[in-house]
Each structure stands twice: as C-alpha cells, then as structure tokens.
Design a protein around this ligand. Sequence first.
Ligand SMILES: [Zn+2]
Ligand SMILES: [Zn+2]
Length: 244
Amino acid sequence: MNRFSLFSIARKILAAAVFPENCVVCGAPGDGGPEGLPLCGRCFGKIQRPAPVNVRCGICGCQLISEKNLCMECRKRNPYAHLKRAYPLFSYQGWGRELLSAWKGGEKRSLSPLLAAILAEAAEEVFPGIPIVPVPPRPGKIREKGWDQVAELSALIEKRFRYPVLRLLRRTGAVQQKQLNREERLSNLKTAFRFCPPKRGSPVPDTALLLDDVITTGATLDACASVLAENGVAAVYGISLFYD
Ligand SMILES: [Zn+2]
Ligand SMILES: [Zn+2]
C-alpha cells in the first residue's frame, strides 16, 4: 500500500470520527457506527439478522406469519416456473426502503461491503457450495445510476469471502421493460438474457444461485433461471437483499 492510499484511509477514519454521518435507516445522530458506516448500532444489529429459513415461504421466501411452509400467494399460484426457491433477506418495507434508496442511489455506496458480507453468510448457510450467478443489469441502469449494484456485490462476495461466482448470463439488447405492458414484459424477458459458458472450458454447474438486489414480481429471476436450465443447470435458486 503506498503512502497516498494510507493517507486517504487515515483521512476517512478521522472524518468519520469527527463528523459521523447520520444513520441512513432511522436518521439517529451517527455515533460513527461500526466501522464508520452510516448506521447506528441498533439498525446495524437489525441488518445482521435476516429471518431464518424455517419461518419463510418455501417458494418465494417471504416471512410467514400464521401460515406453514408456503404463503397464501404461492399456494394460489407458484410465481416461478423455473426457479426452485427464492431467499430474499429482508422486506423492502420500513427500514429496508431507506437503506436501499440510500445505497442504490450511490450516496451511501460505502454500505456495499456490509451488504456483501450478509449475503455471503446467508448463501453459505442456506445454499452451501452453490455458485452465485449475478443477474446482469437492465439496459440503461448503469447510465442512470452510474454503477451496477449486483456486479459490485458479486465482486466483493468473490474477492473478500472467496465464494464461487460464475458470470453465466449477459443481457441482450432487448427493449427496455418500462415501456411494455405485462404480457409484453414476460415475453420480452425470455429473450433478454443470453447464456455465457463458464470460462476455460469449466463444466456447467448442476446448481446455481442467482443474485439480484431486489425481487419484485420474480419475473426477472425466473427468466434467468429458464436460460440457465436450458443450458444444463439442473436446479436454480435465487437470493436477494430485499423483496417487495
Ligand atoms: Zn439507525
Ligand atoms: Zn410465497
């Protein structure tokens, strides 16, 4: 590490101690937070504890209240034709919304290593040994936001936690989803992803764990799962930070 980077790290630590940022979740005056993150101790604790698998729907992964095994929605209609199961860590309601908008907008990008750590730990626990396959960004996302959140999380998960990551999917130049109605979206989504075989002649894995930042309808994950399944991945699961 050169002198300049040591200096910039020291300056950041000092700035965090002297001018702690307010907590992005609850707005409480910052105490510098753990590791100088823009979080208070209470909110930091909440983010560390996603609900365990046994209190979640076995398909969409939402938290169950009075039901057993499957939520009411998934009992009526399985939202996934190709994906076996999704495990979104947190609900997008309440504090999740505050955290996500601060992080995704790039304003609090310093939260990425913490979010990557929580995802890596959950993946290890719930889907041990299953390689992560990042969902590629929709067209125009990098232009709008300036960065790809999923690519950043995947790179951190791979480098810091030595978790296997395979970049098996690319976006094709399909039309932007926003301009389409529901029917058109679904058929457009099927052609939106292209399979990229593993590098250096490695075999296609039997199982894969798709990673996205937020799951809303689940249609994106399912389209990705269908492309992977067509190319020889026998079982595809999904993990995300939030569900909406
Ligand atoms: Zn807080
Ligand atoms: Zn469900």
